[in-house]
Design a protein around this ligand. Structure first.
Ligand SMILES: CC(=O)CC(=O)SCCNC(=O)CCNC(=O)[C@H](O)C(C)(C)COP(=O)(O)OP(=O)(O)OC[C@H]1O[C@@H](n2cnc3c(N)ncnc32)[C@H](O)[C@@H]1OP(=O)(O)O
Ligand SMILES: NC(=O)C1=CN([C@@H]2O[C@H](COP(=O)(O)OP(=O)(O)OC[C@H]3O[C@@H](n4cnc5c(N)ncnc54)[C@H](OP(=O)(O)O)[C@@H]3O)[C@@H](O)[C@H]2O)C=CC1
Length: 283
């Protein structure tokens, strides 16, 4: 069955990007958030991104208007009653995700696929709270979504081949490249990336170098587009901490212990770019 109508849950940095690429691919999009303010912020970001595309000559003005018309505001999960797919991009917290999936399982039509953009939490555990584990899957986009090509597609223990194939096909329709991954903490992307970021934080914590020097080493020495501390701020320090905790708990190995400095910053509300302050300050 072709996927035509999608609900994206969470209008934050990931949800707004996912909603944008879905609408650009011609899908009808319900953009859902618990707060109206977050919805407005999300749709504002999408509108600015589309305007930049027009300014750069990549999109016509009427195409921008057509993309924006495909959005509907949603402040209630009940709106999932007639969608073909839900992509959940709320905060990286198992209790919140399980609560959302439990409700969606009751509300969404029988044929609907329930996907999560979780960056590290087990898909199998999210699927287990539903009565349709074969239709639950991980669809892990990268930040910033409109720019980054990869989508890690994560098969839960019970995910069916039919559902996997539909999501792979949709990913290509969104002009992204799917890579199949099995369900282990952090999948591939964050199992490799996040310990590197955590180690960069330890390097700062232990006074090996300044934050600027650490970032410069990785940018100029390894050709990374952003240094690891800038990237951590960009991802969100709360998300980085949640991911490290998932790796630490999931593997029970001390090599994944989150750096105390990361914990301290999150406790202080220094969440990175989105809160105006992390390792760096943002105006
Ligand atoms: C945590 C997880 O679970 C998984 C993850 O996502 S981990 C994070 C993965 N992402 C990364 O590693 C990103 C690393 N950084 C980069 O690739 C680059 O710095 C970057 C693409 C973000 C910016 O690139 P840059 O060359 O430094 O800056 P800039 O010239 O401003 O941007 C390049 C293009 O991207 C676009 N862009 C940048 N940020 C954007 C955003 N947030 N949204 C939409 N478009 C954006 C710009 O408009 C620009 O496009 P055009 O010039 O063609 O209009
Ligand atoms: N940041 C990144 O680089 C990446 C993140 N991810 C994953 O994507 C997900 C979202 O991350 P990100 O976009 O960065 O986070 P943000 O904090 O930017 O956005 C999360 C959004 O979800 C909203 N929200 C919270 N709870 C609910 C709920 N119960 N129902 C609906 N909306 C809710 C928040 O609203 P409010 O602000 O009002 O609380 C906020 O608007 C996480 O699972 C994360 O791990 C995946 C890939 C990359």
């Amino acid at each position: 069955m072709a996927i035509q109508k999608v609900m994206v849950i969470g209008a934050g940095q990931m949800g707004s990007g996912i909603a944008q690429v879905c609408a650009q691919a011609g899908l009808e999009v319900l953009l859902n958030d618990i707060s109206e303010e977050s919805y407005e912020r999300g749709i504002g970001t999408i509108t600015r991104n589309l305007s930049r595309n027009v300014e750069k000559g990549r999109m016509a003005e009427d195409e921008k208007a057509a993309v924006l018309q495909r959005f509907t505001k949603s402040l209630s999960l009940q709106d999932a009653k007639d969608v073909d797919l839900v992509i959940e991009a709320a905060v990286e917290n198992m209790d919140i995700k399980q609560s959302i999936f439990k409700q969606l399982d009751v509300i969404a039509p029988e044929h609907a696929i329930l996907a999560s953009n979780t960056s590290s939490l087990p898909i199998t555990e999210i699927a287990a709270v539903t009565n349709r584990p074969a239709q639950v899957i991980g669809m892990h986009f990268m930040n910033p979504v409109p720019v980054m090509k990869l989508v890690e597609i994560i098969r839960g223990l019970a995910t069916s081949d039919e559902v996997y194939n539909s999501i792979e096909e949709l990913t290509k329709k969104l002009q992204k490249v799917p890579v199949e991954v099995n369900d282990f903490p952090g999948f591939v992307a964050n199992r490799v990336l996040m310990p590197m970021i955590n180690e960069a934080i330890f390097t700062l914590y232990e006074g090996v170098a300044t934050k600027e020097a650490i970032d410069e080493v990785m940018k100029l020495g390894m050709n990374h587009p952003m240094g690891p501390l800038t990237l951590a701020d960009f991802i969100g320090l709360d998300t980085c901490l949640y991911i490290m905790e998932t790796l630490y708990e999931g593997f029970g190995d001390s090599k994944y212990r989150p750096c105390p400095l990361l914990r301290k910053y999150v406790k202080a509300g220094w969440l990175g770019k989105k809160s105006g302050r992390g390792f760096y300050e943002y105006s």
